[in-house]
Design a protein around this ligand. Structure first.
Ligand SMILES: [Zn+2]
Length: 353
């Protein structure tokens, strides 16, 4: 009997909903790595034109495969609209960096105004990239965007140190800024959906105990996250935490309260909680997006070592669905192309249901 292969969209959706896909889907989190798939493209061209961004992701998807398209910008996309200046990259393979911050004094928080994703900052980039990619692939490939949560964004308009000081000394001023940022992020997410985005890699990078306490995050970060989830019913939100001590209980609470929160993405091979522990504790509720070490195996391993890691992760996490094979964060641009291919091939081999 012939078995029908699922489309990438069906595979990804099934995994996120704890249904049974044909194979474990792969989300490669390529970012700057994908810039190299278009001759003559560089980080600045990629980061300043939605058409270029789309070109890079389409070229990568056609060449390497995987099960989604994942637009990934530097951190200035939104906050440039509030006057953050960007610094050009000092080397070819790094993102543009944030320059001077507009919020210096507590009183500056209330000077921020809600931005329009169509015209302010560089948010238009994602709208164009999502439209081009979703027009090309229709419903067969999920298109995603990576964007910072409101609380993460506060530390992109103000320095991390000052933001943490304002949390203690000027909480009401900071909360005024957070309200404006939350309105902007929710609008932006909905505009991405309107242009064909299916999922958001929602960067809650500060929801990690080495940065804030859980009480602090619950007071300052979580209310704005939940507000965003409530206001973006058509986006599949996948909280991503770069840190080493993600607040899994908190993300799991969001999943139980909000239908549009589906999964968590974290660095399972570097964080304190590994794939096995998280699968056992939260894996029946949260879908898990993890399994490949972007700091070590993926850039430096051999294709065989990558296949072994994929095999191990599939064995640990694919049972019962709810597993997407993914690196813990953005892939290093120095990763050999053959290793990315090896990752996809191994997922098709060891991730078969
Ligand atoms: Zn990350």
């Amino acid at each position: 009997m012939l078995s029908m292969e699922m489309t990438s969209m069906q595979r990804f959706e099934a995994a996120l909903n704890h249904e049974t896909p044909d194979y474990v889907p792969v989300s490669l989190f390529g970012g700057i790595f994908e810039v190299h798939f278009v001759p003559g493209m560089d980080v600045v061209r990629y980061g300043t034109s939605g058409e270029n961004m789309a070109k890079a992701h389409i070229a990568f998807y056609e060449r390497i495969g995987g099960d989604n398209i994942y637009c990934l910008s530097d951190m200035g996309l939104i906050v440039q609209g509030w006057g953050v200046r960007m610094k050009l990259p000092s080397e070819p393979d790094i993102h543009m960096a944030l320059g001077k911050f507009p919020v210096k004094e507590p009183g500056d928080w209330e000077k921020l105004e809600v931005l329009d994703p169509k015209v302010d900052g560089r948010m238009r980039l994602y709208l164009d990239a999502c439209r081009i990619c979703s027009e090309k692939y229709g419903d067969s490939v999920p298109v995603g965007v990576s964007l910072p949560s409101p609380f993460t964004t506060t530390t992109h308009v103000c320095s991390m140190e000052e933001t943490l000081v304002h949390m203690m000394t000027e909480p009401e001023a900071l909360k005024k800024g957070l309200k404006t940022i939350t309105d902007t992020v929710a609008e932006f997410i909905n505009a991405c959906v309107a242009n064909g985005a299916y999922f958001a890699g929602y960067l809650v990078t500060r929801a990690s105990w080495e940065i804030t306490t859980e009480d602090q995050y619950r007071e300052f970060g979580a209310p704005s996250d939940e507000e965003v989830f409530r206001r973006t019913p058509s986006m599949v939100n996948i909280p991503h935490i770069c840190g080493t001590e993600p607040m899994f209980d908190l993300v799991n609470e969001w999943k139980t309260k909000h239908k549009n929160v589906k999964a968590i993405s974290w660095w399972d091979r570097g964080a304190k909680s590994n794939l096995k522990e998280v699968k056992e504790k939260w894996g029946k509720s949260l879908a898990l997006m993890a399994g490949i070490d972007h700091t070590n195996t993926l850039p430096s391993g051999t294709p065989d070592e990558i296949a072994a890691e994929v095999k191990d992760s599939c064995k640990t996490a694919m049972a019962g669905g709810g597993f997407v094979l993914a690196p813990g964060c953005e892939v290093s641009p120095k990763t050999p192309w053959a290793n990315m291919r090896a990752c996809v091939n191994a997922a098709r081999r060891y991730g078969k249901y």
